[in-house]
Design a protein around this ligand. Structure first.
Ligand code: C2E
Ligand code: MG
Ligand code: MG
Length: 491
């Protein structure tokens, strides 16, 4: 539904969404006095959907959502299953402008840039959230109009908007009588289903950083050249330069450390860390994922073996398995050999398998799962809730744990819908005699709610961020773990 604000200015509102109160507010209130708040849609559903949700964190200078407000708005879109693209935009030489003309003029320029971005957002035949995500950095989340969700059509739509945005910002600004030409750098990243809004923004920022002078860079791979990056990844795997970080998994009843998850880490020769989602996807596209997975498994087993010898820490380590690894019919034998070679008891190894990827090959997946379980390793379904498991499938699948995807956990404190889903998933796990783990716990409120709901285990930046195996042995071997104060109160 398009609601016309003025003669030819469209503000679109999404209708037919599962939760009508959710603000997919076109554009946040623009800074300019004569600009109407962009979400001022008239009547019906529009009335129920303010441009920016009450309580959203706003930047006082521009009136746009700030970084965390922007991420929260985009997560709302994600929770509704809406795909978007994130554009990161930076004003070139803003510091020089500030130094040359003073802070007041700099502030005026930021307000004016915010206003032009918001105007572009309002002119769209689709949806847009605009935020000020850094001092001179803006971001736009663009949702293609219904009917343009085909990849090519959506990409063309986004390209059009980027050109429109570049045009809008190329017109000189008049700030308090001072004419200013501004150059912006733009980066773009798709926010894939199941990926995180903060990560998509980070990828767009990466892309922007490597663009420059009006060039739009669409992805991290494009900066390095996909072929060169793939070659470097291959060399890193064979040269044993893929390492792991370990993130603690904690009992929500007692605060005890119950396990660690191994997350692959890769640094380029210059020290730059490549985001895992980028290189995992690269490895999957270029048939390197099995080798990468073996490397991660080896690092995890080496770590467990050395801890066994030192007697420093005895907790299971979970390794993420990709679908491709999992459908290799030799996988059970490989895992058995690796455990034996490192002298690690199977109960110290856990394998995490992503729900959506498991489902594609239900029967062969089931055989492999039974084979792995017979070895004595622990199995869990990762990112649970993002696939569409049937209850019948879940009943038959021989796993021990369900890990509730972080996208649901994020919403539990302020979205009744998300809270209900999490509650349901916990009950479902328990009814199936499975342990339940909540991923992505970032706030005390989320922790308290999950404890109240009886979730068994939790992981998240609030409790502990991923750390090197060395740091894990050093800090976690101690009696009093750093997150213990969070468990001082009963749920
Ligand atoms: P995952 O298995 O669901 O791992 C959890 C991800 O969430 C990790 O990101 C972790 O750093 C992040 N995380 C943990 N707590 C929080 C939190 O409180 N807030 C937020 N926003 N994020 C949190 P990371 O390390 O970037 O890994 C991303 C994904 O890449 C993993 O998701 C997993 O699917 C994949 N991955 C990582 N290592 C491997 C691997 O060795 N093999 C395979 N096949 N996939 C891997
Ligand atoms: Mg995982
Ligand atoms: Mg996960």
């Amino acid at each position: 539904m398009n609601v016309h604000k003025r003669a030819n200015e469209k503000v679109t509102c999404l209708v037919g969404l599962p939760r009508p109160h959710v603000a997919v507010g076109a554009v946040a209130g623009a800074a300019n006095q004569d600009a109407e708040p962009a979400g001022a849609c008239a009547g019906g559903v529009a009335e129920a959907m303010p441009a920016v949700r009450p309580g959203a964190r706003l930047d006082p200078l521009t009136g746009l959502p700030d970084r965390s407000g922007f991420i929260a708005e985009v997560r709302m879109l994600q929770n509704l299953g809406i795909t978007a693209t994130v554009i990161a935009l930076d004003i070139e030489e803003f510091t020089e402008i500030n130094e040359a003309f003073g802070l007041e003029l700099g502030d005026g320029l930021l307000r004016a840039v915010a206003d032009r971005c918001a105007q572009v957002g309002r002119s769209l035949n689709g949806h847009c959230v605009v935020g000020r995500v850094g001092a001179d950095e803006f971001a736009l989340a663009l949702v293609p109009p219904a009917g343009e969700t085909e990849d090519a059509a959506a990409a063309a739509w986004v390209e059009d908007i980027v050109l429109h945005l570049q045009d809008a910002l190329a017109t000189p600004f008049d700030i308090n009588g001072q004419q200013l030409d501004v150059r912006v750098v733009i980066g773009q990243a798709w926010l894939a289903r199941g990926s995180d809004a903060a990560e998509a923004l980070q990828h767009a920022v990466f892309a922007r950083r490597f663009g420059g002078h009006g060039r739009v860079v669409h992805s991290y791979e494009e900066k390095h050249g996909e072929r060169r990056l793939t070659q470097a990844l291959h060399e890193a795997i064979t040269g044993c330069r893929i390492d792991i970080a370990l993130q603690p998994k904690i009992s929500l009843a007692t605060g005890e450390l119950v396990g660690l998850e191994a997350l692959a880490r890769w640094r380029l020769a210059d020290g730059e860390q490549v985001p895992p989602n980028i290189f995992i996807a690269l490895a999957e596209r270029h048939n390197l994922i099995t080798q990468l997975g073996e490397r991660v498994l080896t690092r995890a087993l080496e770590t467990l073996a050395s801890w066994g010898q030192e007697g420093s820490l005895r907790v299971p380590i979970a390794v993420n398995f990709s679908a491709m690894q999992f459908h290799d019919d030799q996988i059970v034998t490989h895992v058995a050999q690796a455990l034996e070679q490192h002298g690690v008891p199977p109960e110290l190894l856990e394998l995490e398998l992503t729900e959506s990827k498991l489902l594609g090959h239900a029967e062969s997946a089931m055989r492999t799962l039974h084979g792995l379980r017979a070895l004595g390793v622990c199995l869990s379904i990762d990112d649970f809730g993002t696939g569409y498991s049937s209850l019948n499938y879940l009943r038959r699948v021989p796993v021990h744990r369900l890990k509730i995807d972080g996208s649901f956990v994020r919403g539990i404190a302020n979205e009744p819908g998300a809270r209900e889903i999490v509650h349901l998933l916990i009950q479902l796990a328990h009814n199936l005699n499975l342990q339940c783990v909540a991923e992505g716990i970032e706030t005390r409120e989320q922790l308290a709610l999950l404890r109240e709901m009886g979730c068994d285990e939790g992981q998240g930046f609030l409790l502990a961020t991923p750390m090197s195996p060395w740091a894990a042995a050093r800090h976690l071997g101690q009696k009093k773990a750093p997150w213990m104060p969070l468990f001082a109160q009963h749920p």
